[in-house]
Write a protein that binds this ligand. Structure first.
Ligand SMILES: Cc1cc2nc3c(=O)[nH]c(=O)nc-3n(C[C@H](O)[C@H](O)[C@H](O)COP(=O)(O)OP(=O)(O)OC[C@H]3O[C@@H](n4cnc5c(N)ncnc54)[C@H](O)[C@@H]3O)c2cc1C
Length: 357
C-alpha cells in the first residue's frame, strides 16, 4: 500500500470522486488500483487567496514497483483492549455516558455481561425531558442535558477531537462509524457527530450491548456502597423510590464530573479520589457568517463547512485562558442539572446549519 499526501483540491468535488483527480494528476493506471481510502481531509485557509482542501489517501496497488515515487505504508491494525482476570463475573457499571458505554462495549467484546445503571432516562425519553425543560423550564435533576443515557456531551456538538495521541483514538472513531456515524468521521481533521446523529448511535450501541447479554437499568441511581475488608460487595440503588441492593464484585464508576451527590457519598465512604484541575468559562455567541469571513476570507468559491476557531493565551503566572468548545452553526442552550443553578452549553446538529455559533 502507498500513501499520497498533500493533495490540494481547489474545486467542489465529492470525497468518493477524489480518486479520479488523483489518477489524472499522478498518472496512475486505474486498473492498477485494487483499493483506496481517504486517510485525512482538512481545510488549509491560512492564506485567504489560496483556500483549499488538503487530502491524504492510501492506495493499494497491484504493480507497486511501477510507483516507487510514492511513500510505502502498512495497514494499521486497531488496538484491542483485553480484559483479564474477571472470569465470568457480572461487572456493574455506574453511569451511561461515553465512559460507561465504552466500558460496557469493551466488556461485551471480551465476552462479559455487564449491568449498566443510569440515574437518568434512556436516550429516547431523555430527549423528551430535555425538550420539556427547554420549552417549559421544568427541570428533572436526574435526567437532563447533563444526566441520562449518552452523558453530558449528548446535547452538544459531538466533537471527536482530542489533544492526546493514542492508538485508542482510532478505535473510538471506528466504533462510532460501526454504530452509525458517517464514514468521514475516520478521516476528517476535526470530526464531529452532532446531537441528531449521536442519539441514534447511542441507541445502537445500547442495543448491541443488550444483544450480547449486557443489561441496562435506567432511572436507577447508586446511592450507597457496601464495602467490606476494602472490597466492594454490593451497590445500594434506588428506582422511583424503591431501594434495592445489587451484588457486585467489580464496579466501574463512570459517573462523570457533575455527579456531586455521588462524590460526597464516595468521600464519606473513604474511597480514594484524586482531584483534577478544572476550568471555568462563559459562552459567547457569534454570527456564523462573521466567523466564516474571518477564517475563510471572501474570495474562495469552495463550498466550505461552517468555520470554527481556537484561541489560547498562556500567561507567565501559569494561568491560561482558552476557547474550549465551539459549536459552529449551533445554538446556546440552558444545561442545568441542579435547581437554582445556571449552566450554559453550545449544541449543534450534524449539518451545523444554524446562523450562530
Ligand atoms: C455542557 C457540556 C458540553 C460538552 N460538550 C462536549 C463536546 O462537544 N465534545 C466533547 O468531546 N466533550 C464535551 N463535553 C465533555 C464531555 O461531555 C465529557 O468529557 C464526557 O461526557 C465525560 O463522559 P463520562 O462518561 O465520564 O461522564 P458523563 O458524560 O457525565 O456521564 C456520567 C453519567 O453517569 C450518570 N450518573 C452519575 N452518578 C450516577 C449515580 N450515582 N447513579 C447512576 N448514574 C449516575 C449520569 O447521569 C451521567 O449520565 C461537554 C461537557 C459538558 C458538561
Amino acid at each position: 500500500m502507498v500513501k499520497i499526501s498533500n493533495i490540494k483540491i481547489y474545486e467542489n468535488i465529492e470525497d468518493d470522486k477524489i480518486i479520479d483527480l488523483v489518477i489524472k494528476k499522478y498518472k496512475i493506471n486505474p486498473s492498477d488500483i485494487s483499493n483506496w481510502h481517504i486517510v485525512k481531509k482538512s481545510i488549509d485557509a491560512r492564506k485567504k487567496d489560496d483556500v483549499h482542501y488538503n487530502y491524504s489517501i492510501n492506495l493499494e496497488l497491484k504493480n507497486e514497483n511501477k510507483y516507487k515515487k510514492f511513500e510505502k505504508v502498512t495497514k494499521k491494525t486497531l488496538p484491542n483492549i483485553e480484559i483479564n482476570n474477571l472470569d465470568k463475573k457480572t461487572p456493574l457499571i455506574i453511569g451511561s455516558g461515553p465512559s460507561g458505554l465504552f466500558a460496557a462495549l469493551t466488556m461485551v467484546q471480551n465476552g462479559l455481561k455487564p449491568t449498566v445503571i443510569e440515574q437518568g432516562d434512556a436516550i429516547e425519553k431523555r430527549q423528551e425531558v430535555v425538550n420539556n425543560f427547554r420549552n417549559n423550564g421544568k427541570l428533572n435533576p436526574l435526567s437532563n442535558v447533563q444526566f441520562g443515557e449518552g452523558g453530558a456531551g449528548t446535547f452538544s456538538d459531538g466533537k471527536l477531537t482530542t489533544g492526546i495521541h493514542s492508538p485508542f483514538c482510532s478505535k473510538v472513531l471506528q466504533e462510532f462509524v460501526n454504530f452509525g456515524a458517517p464514514e468521514s468521521t475516520l478521516y476528517l481533521a476535526k470530526p464531529h457527530i452532532g446531537t441528531d446523529n449521536l442519539i441514534n448511535i447511542i441507541k445502537n450501541i445500547r442495543e448491541y450491548i443488550i444483544s450480547k447479554g449486557g443489561k441496562f437499568l435506567f432511572n436507577t441511581k447508586a446511592i450507597d456502597f457496601n464495602i467490606k475488608d476494602n472490597k466492594i460487595k454490593s451497590v445500594i440503588c434506588t428506582n422511583n423510590g424503591n431501594i434495592f441492593e445489587l451484588p457486585a464484585t467489580h464496579v466501574v464508576l463512570a459517573i462523570g464530573h457533575s455527579a456531586r451527590d455521588t462524590f460526597f457519598k464516595l468521600y464519606e465512604k473513604g474511597i480514594l479520589m484524586e482531584k483534577k484541575n478544572f476550568s471555568v468559562g462563559v459562552r459567547i455567541e457569534h454570527l456564523q457568517d462573521s466567523i466564516n469571513k474571518a477564517q475563510y476570507g471572501t474570495s474562495t468559491k469552495l463550498k466550505l463547512p461552517p468555520a470554527e476557531y481556537k484561541l489560547a493565551y498562556h500567561s507567565k503566572t501559569g494561568r491560561s485562558c482558552y476557547t474550549f468548545c465551539m459549536c459552529p452553526g449551533g445554538v446556546v442552550i440552558a444545561s442545568s442539572s441542579d435547581k437554582n443553578t445556571i449552566v450554559t452549553n453550545g449544541m449543534s446538529n450534524y449539518l451545523r446549519d444554524r446562523q450562530k455559533c
